[in-house]
Structures are given as C-alpha cells and as structure tokens.
Ligand binder design. Structure first.
Ligand SMILES: [Ca+2]
Ligand SMILES: [Ca+2]
Length: 606
C-alpha cells in the first residue's frame, strides 16, 4: 500500500516508471513525500491533499529516501522514526518552506479558576517548568525574581552559616515544608540542590536547615556570603508569574491585569521533540522546537539543520560537577548540527560526544542557568568539530572540552562566560590530553566572572593543544592560561589584548613546569608570566601594538605597526604570509580579514 504521491526527483521517477511499465515488475520503491498538517488525520493517506495529523504517523512508515513535509502549526509530540535512512537516501523531516512549524514538549494547562488574585487549575502530569506565552515563569521562591528572567536571583548567607544550614537575617519567617534550596557555596564554582529540613530561630535571624552532609573544604563550604534561594513551597508564592504544584493542583499568581483566556499557559511534559537514538541518516530541517530537545545518542550521519530550539532542557537539581546530558545530545558518528539556534538551557546547549561530529554555524546562548559545569557546548569524544558558531551568555564556562581528543575548535565567537560562577574560561579544559586539538581563529572575550575570568583556559595537567590565531580581549584574569603542569601546548600568532594578564599560570604547591610549551609570534599587551620550560620568542610585549580597534572588533594591524614582519615562519601556521616575514598576532597585514561566529543573524521568535 502506498500512502502518498511520489513527487521527488521527477526525471528519475519517470524513467523508473517507464522501466517498471515496460518490464511489468515492481522494482525497489522510489522516494515518497508525506505530508503532515494540523488539519490532517492519521487515518488519511499522508499525501499533500490528504495529510497525516501527527509527524509520528509519518515517522512510523517512512523508508530510506522518503521526505515528510510538515505544515504550519504546533505539534505536541515526540517523534521517533521507525527506520533509518542511508547515506544516499536519507529520511528527511522538513518544515514546509516559509511556515512556522513548532514541535513542542509542552502541554497547555487549561480550566483556570480565579480566587484571591491566584489562579488554580488541574494538571494530570508532573512538571518542573511552566511557561506563559512561551516564557519560563519562576517557581514559588524566595527571594523573588522577575517573571521571565533567565538568571536566578540569589540571597546571601550571614555569619553563623555552616554545614547544617544557612543563617540569614533577611529570610522571612515562612513554612518551608516541602521546599528545596539551591546553594552556590564556597568559591562559587558550581551549585547543589538540597531538600529543606526545617527553619529554626537563630538570634534575630532564621536558619534554613537542609538534608545531607556538606563539604568543609574552602572551595565548597557554606559560609557568610554563600549564595542561595529557596523554592517550591506554597508559602513562597507571592509574586506575579510564580507558581507551585500541590498534588495535581497548580496554583499561579497571574501577571498584572491578565485574563487566563488571553494567555498561553503550558508546562513541560516531553523531553524529546525528535528522538533519533541509534538511527542513521535522518535529516531534520527547519523546525522550531519548544521545551524539548533532539536526541542523537549513538546516531550516525544524521543532520539537524536550520532548527531553532528554546528551552531544550530543564532541571532543578544541580549536583556540583555532575554533568547532565542536556541540550541537543550528540554521540555516534558523523552527525551534523548546522545553522541552528539553541537558547535557554538549564545545562548545556549541546552535549557533544562520539566521533567526527560537527557543530557549525550555530548560535547557542543563555545556557547553564542552573550554575553547574555546563556550557553552550560540552565537548567530549574524538575528532569532533566546532566551527563558526556564536557561543555566549553562560552561567559558567562557554565551551567546555574536558574530554575532547583531536578536535577542532575554529572560527567561533565566544563571550560572556561567568554570569553566575567563578574560575572559568570562554574555553575550558582540565587534565585533558587534547591529542592535537586545535583552538584557532576564535574570538574569546568579555568574560564576566568576578574571579578568575579567562579567555582560553587550559587548566592543570593538560597537554597537546595547538592554540593559534585567536583574539582574546577584555578577560579580567587572563587572555590565555596554561596552568601547570602544562605539557606541549603551543601558542602561536594570537592577539591578546586588554586582559588582566596576557599569558599566565597557576599550579598547586608552587608547580611551574611547562615543558614542551611554546609561545611564538603573539601580541601580549599585559603581564606575561611564563612557567619553567616554555619557549618564548618573537612575541610583542608592550602596550601599543597598533591594532586598529578593539571597540570595532577590527584587530588588523595599522600601517607602521612594529608587529608587521616581526614574526618567524612556523610550519603550517604562518604559511602564505605576506611581505618579508610573518607578522606577530592573529591578522597578517594585507591579508584577507576573517570574522568568526555564525553568519545568519537572529533566530525567529516563536
Ligand atoms: Ca516568592
Ligand atoms: Ca608579514
């Protein structure tokens, strides 16, 4: 039985039909186009005239070479293809050209009753994330935050706080039965969630007690200044946009002057818009994906293109250095994420693992709002490529490559790390053997951390990185850090401007070894602290390299700069230089200027 008309590949089809007609045989099926529309029916044929209602209906019947075209509208489902495509004949899911096609993980919550400036409704599923008109609302919490804000507002602990609880004179006397506490302790590296175990009086203040033990190490201990908030108890419900759930009853404080019928109130129910685990050669193109994500675990040769995700992943239980799979999750081999946007993730924007996968020309921002060790991209695996992306607005580091081997991190514009935490980088790894990972032609800038905000951060015990032609500026701690011991890390032709330090390191117990490291042909306008064993030659060290303009992001050398022709040739790094010798810095005078980042502007609103 055929469900739909054949419209693709006109000439080959006609030829194929002639052959079929003349031979009277049914040869291999040719590609079929299926259609899905909100006006359709899953009992229909799935043709353009008689479309399916759900994308999943198409996903169940599609074979290699088939295409599914989804018409405008919101599809509240999780799509799991029954079959894989092949390299020559992928299975393609495509939003209809020029139409807004949303696959949503959220379900509407309806039937609101208003009483005492609160609304209540029933929900028959558990959820941790509620939206009004597509914007996340805060759970009942103290201190309050603006409805729709992405970064949590924290309170600060007073003296007397310790491993058993937080003392705070500002904390109101409320019943915290059932509440949870989100704590960013010690040096504010990462955060934890704990159940609240009661509230006790403590002189004039109150002390929130919580379950579980707590580390007394300085980096993690609860102390004066520790940041926290409490959430999830009905007593904390007092600001517009706040909500809480008791059993199946949802209570919401509505925005001022709002009528429930005029608002789109939804809650997150499904994790995956497209679940492509263990599938191969599937193309997903042109969708808007809300409150759910795309799973490519152990996938092969799949492509996600021109898709725009909002709120891909949410959780409320950060657990220190534990990295939850979050955002678009990629493992397997040869998968590509291209020209997509990913915004508003509790954890990662993309979790990148496996081999020879590529993330290209994407915009990933507003990530790690739960203040863990997540970022725009969390890269592991081997041979993965991260190129021409704009990666920014992160609670901690922006691009983590803690376990990426032989990768390529090139032509990315990476900025605004450190919105919530400290001691982190635009790019970051620790005790990592890069096995030749290249970090090149990136802009890394404007780290916002108020302690140890770094551009390119190669932390203790890392080796075999090739770092060249990057521009690193406005990072309060260092442009580039090679924390010790640091082995065989090569730093060539970078332009490092207006940072706390240009090149620095820190090592435990006076450790200062940097054997096999080299820093050559770099512009360093701030303090340079070489370790023991690093070779440093032909660098510019001074305040005036005559780089054109930081403000206008024009890092070319001005005519007459002393950096012109002042470098030395380095095989494969300075090839094709202009003039008598390579220049110092990331932009060769007279060469074609380059600009990193994605090339397509802002993602659509939906
Ligand atoms: Ca509140
Ligand atoms: Ca030159």
């Amino acid at each position: 039985m055929r469900y739909a008309v054949n419209t693709s590949s006109k000439w080959p089809c006609i030829v194929n039909r002639l052959i079929v007609a003349s031979m009277g045989l049914c040869v291999a099926a040719s590609a079929t186009d299926y259609y899905v529309a909100t006006t359709g029916s899953d009992e229909a044929a799935g043709s353009q005239e008689s479309p399916f209602r759900t994308v999943q209906r198409a996903a169940e019947v599609m074979q290699a070479g088939d295409t599914c075209i989804v018409r405008e509208g919101v599809y509240r489902e999780s799509v799991r293809p029954a079959n894989s495509g092949s390299a020559d004949q992928p299975i393609t899911f495509r939003a209809a050209e020029g139409e807004s096609v949303v696959v949503s993980g959220a379900e509407p919550i309806e039937g609101w009753t208003a009483r005492d400036s609160r609304w209540t409704a029933q929900a028959d599923f558990h959820f941790e994330q509620l939206f009004i008109d597509g914007v996340m609302m805060p759970p009942a919490r103290w201190p309050n935050m603006d409805a729709g804000a992405i970064w949590p507002t924290f309170a600060e602990a007073d003296d007397g706080s310790d491993a058993t609880g937080i003392v705070d004179g500002d904390l109101p006397e409320l019943d915290l039965q059932g509440a949870r506490i989100h704590v960013l302790p010690g040096r504010r590296w990462v955060s934890w969630m704990r159940q609240v175990d009661g509230l006790e009086s403590h002189d004039a203040a109150r002390k929130v007690l919580f379950e579980g033990s707590w580390s007394q190490e300085p980096a993690y201990r609860i102390e004066k200044g520790t940041q926290y908030y409490v959430f999830g108890a009905p007593s904390l419900l007092d600001a517009p946009g706040e909500w809480c759930v008791d059993g199946t009853t949802v209570t919401l404080i509505p925005p001022a002057d709002a009528a429930a019928n005029d608002l789109r109130i939804e809650a997150r129910k499904r994790e995956f818009a497209f679940d492509l685990r263990e599938r191969s050669h599937i193309v997903v193109e042109g969708f808007r994906i809300f409150a759910s994500t795309v799973q490519l675990g152990d996938a092969q040769g799949c492509t996600i293109e021109n898709c725009h995700l909002r709120y891909p992943s949410h959780f409320t239980n950060p657990d220190g250095w534990t990295i939850p799979d979050s955002g678009i999750v990629v493992s397997g081999k040869g998968n590509t994420i291209r020209a997509c946007s990913i915004q508003y993730s509790a954890g990662n924007g993309i979790t990148l693992d496996g081999e020879n996968n590529t993330v290209a020309n994407c915009l990933v921002r507003y990530v790690d709002y739960m203040a863990t060790d997540c970022g725009a991209i969390f890269a592991r695996g081997r041979g993965n490529i991260i190129e021409r992306n704009t990666l920014c607005e992160a609670g901690r580091s922006v691009l983590l490559h803690r376990a990426l081997k032989a990768g390529r991190i090139v032509y990315n514009d990476i900025f605004h790390a450190g919105i919530l935490t400290t001691d982190l980088g635009s790019t970051y790894c620790f005790q990592t053997d890069g096995e030749g990972t290249v970090i090149a032609y990136n802009w890394v800038h404007d780290n916002l951390a108020d302690h140890v905000g770094v551009g390119i951060y190669i932390d203790n015990g890392s080796k075999n990185f090739l770092i060249h032609h990057n521009v690193s500026w406005n990072n309060p701690d260092s442009g580039i850090r090679l924390n010790t011991p640091s082995h065989d890390n090569l730093v060539y032709n970078n332009t490092v401007l207006n940072n706390g330090n240009s090149l620095s390191y820190w090592g435990p117990d006076g450790e200062n070894r940097q054997p096999g490291c080299r820093a050559i042909n770099n512009i360093f306008t701030d303090k340079v602290e070489p370790g023991d064993g690093i070779e440093m030659i032909h660098n510019f060290e001074g305040v005036a390299p005559a780089v054109k303009s930081i403000e206008e992001h024009d890092f070319r050398l001005a005519e007459g700069s002393s950096c012109i022709d002042a470098g030395i040739p380095i095989d494969r790094i300075t090839d094709g230089y202009i003039g008598q010798a390579p220049d110092i810095g990331a932009y060769e005078f007279g060469g074609t200027p380059w600009k990193p980042g994605h090339d397509w502007g802002e993602p659509p609103e939906f």
